[in-house]
Ligand binder design. Structure first.
Ligand code: GLU
Ligand code: MG
Length: 447
């Protein structure tokens, strides 16, 4: 698809504006839009943006980071294949973009380019990481400035399903119109909590779609006078919102996670990939569950996975191997990373997951013994013996673990690593000095 094809599609849909979307180090989605006039040129050459946006945290506080200050520009250059007409915004389309330097090279801070680099490393082995995000989110109304969940019904309750049905119908239609395959929907455990899962796709496409899905969840809610929040812990006393990632490795139409000759159906490559993910899990948390609010979700007994371990169908394990479906064994073999939420930059989360798993393959790692109980119920000394350590319990700990993880930090490269850590650590400084209301205000309507 070239710029002229996109303009033609934009004209057919009678668009006035096209949003050039990106996700920053703070995990928020931001945009600058092109009008119809000049659209073709901007689709080709990009839209100008200050380099400083990659130093901005989720409170719009600019961090003092070398070369990311008031002087200097990058271009937001779209990937034209990502063009969509947005069903929830009047006469508006969207594209996902890379951060590109004026000389045409990918900016070293570009998270989307980081994921492409990681995919290229995997491609050298003839492998593709396919992933899908399972987004949990909360639907609320605002009453006197407070967020109030739209229902107080039970888990999977049809009463909650009914309460959200008009919204969900429009959400499903909006996803379909954007060619994003919706797989399942249900009302989840928490009050006002919903969950949707979408089809798996190669990592870059999965990350692009994750941003479009987040936009759609919120955009459709706004059309209904509702607020949808993907914040990891929207209310301190309510269930957390996970953004679990299902993943597997493919070689053409062969699922390389699957080996029918093994009792558990998992290939040696899958085991090593999982072992790599476990080996780097504390640091990976710094990328995949990266907000202050994330660590009010990752606590024992909330099915978010709080200890480094894996297990078959174990929902207290941060890496869960999901049971396959009879008759579709190969197609349905996958693992799930639960230590992920929608406040992450999905390019960083998937790039980090890929780097960790690839490291496991390169080192031929074997995973430890799987855990078949809630790890919090295992005696402390036995947990220590089996290496079932607690995941980071704060944002600061997760970022320290990321900084200490040479493989993950090295994969990011020094410029992206330093900018990312500075931005996220500044959020820790702000929210750890504030109260629960400040935390909620800072996450509920930003993710
Ligand atoms: N809400 C849980 C979380 O925070 C997940 C519940 C489940 O779907 O297993 O990840
Ligand atoms: Mg769920």
């Amino acid at each position: 698809m070239n710029a002229r094809d996109v303009v033609k599609q934009a004209d057919e849909a009678d668009l006035r504006l096209v949003r050039f979307l990106w996700c920053g180090n703070d995990g928020t989605v931001r945009a600058k839009s092109s009008a119809r006039h000049g659209l073709e040129g901007r689709l080709e050459a990009g839209i100008g943006l200050t380099v400083a946006m990659q130093a901005m945290n989720a409170l719009d506080q600019l961090q003092p980071i070398a070369d990311l200050g008031p002087v200097g520009e990058i271009r937001l250059v779209p990937d034209l294949e990502t063009f969509r007409v947005l069903p929830y915004a009047p006469r508006t389309g969207a594209v996902l973009t890379d951060h590109v330097q004026l000389d045409g090279a990918a900016a070293p801070v570009c998270q989307r380019s980081f994921l492409k680099r990681m995919e290229a490393r995997l491609a050298e082995r003839g492998l593709v990481l396919r992933a899908s995000f399972e987004n949990e989110f909360s639907l609320a109304t605002q009453v006197d400035g407070a967020y109030v969940p739209i229902d107080s019904a039970l888990c999977f309750s049809t009463i909650a399903t009914t309460a959200a049905q008009d919204y969900v119908d429009e959400l499903a239609a909006a996803l379909e119109a954007q060619r994003i395959p919706l797989e399942q929907y249900y009302a989840e455990l928490g009050h006002g909590q919903q969950e949707i899962s979408t089809g798996h796709a190669p990592a870059l496409q999965a990350a692009d779609e994750q941003l479009l899905v987040r936009e759609t969840i919120r955009g459709v809610a706004a059309c209904h006078g509702l607020v949808a929040s993907l914040a990891p812990k929207p209310w301190p006393e309510n269930a957390g919102n996970g953004g679990h990632v299902h993943f597997s490795l493919w070689d053409g139409d062969r699922n390389r996670f699957f080996d029918g000759s093994r009792p558990d159906g998992l290939s040696a490559e899958a085991r090593s990939f999982i072992a790599g993910v476990l080996d780097h899990l504390p640091g990976l948390c710094g990328l995949a569950a990266p907000s202050f609010n994330s660590y009010h979700r990752i606590v024992p007994h909330y099915w978010a996975g709080a200890f480094v371990c894996w297990g078959y169908d174990n929902r207290e394990a941060p890496v869960r191997v999901a049971s396959v479906f009879r008759g579709a064994e190969e197609a349905s073999t996958n693992a799930e990373l639960k230590a992920c939420d929608a406040s992450c930059n999905p390019y960083l989360a998937l790039g980090g997951l890929l780097a960790a798993g690839l490291d496991g393959i390169e080192r031929g790692l074997e995973p430890p013994e799987p855990v078949d109980v809630d790890p919090a119920t295992i005696a402390e000394d036995e947990r220590a013996r089996r290496g079932i350590v607690r995941l980071p319990s704060t944002q600061a700990e997760a970022l320290d673990a990321l900084a200490a993880d040479d493989l993950l930090s090295g994969s990011l490269g020094p410029i992206l690593r330093d900018a990312y850590l500075a931005v996220r650590r500044s959020e820790w400084a702000a929210y750890s000095a504030g109260d629960a209301a400040f935390e909620q205000q800072g996450h509920f309507a930003k993710y």
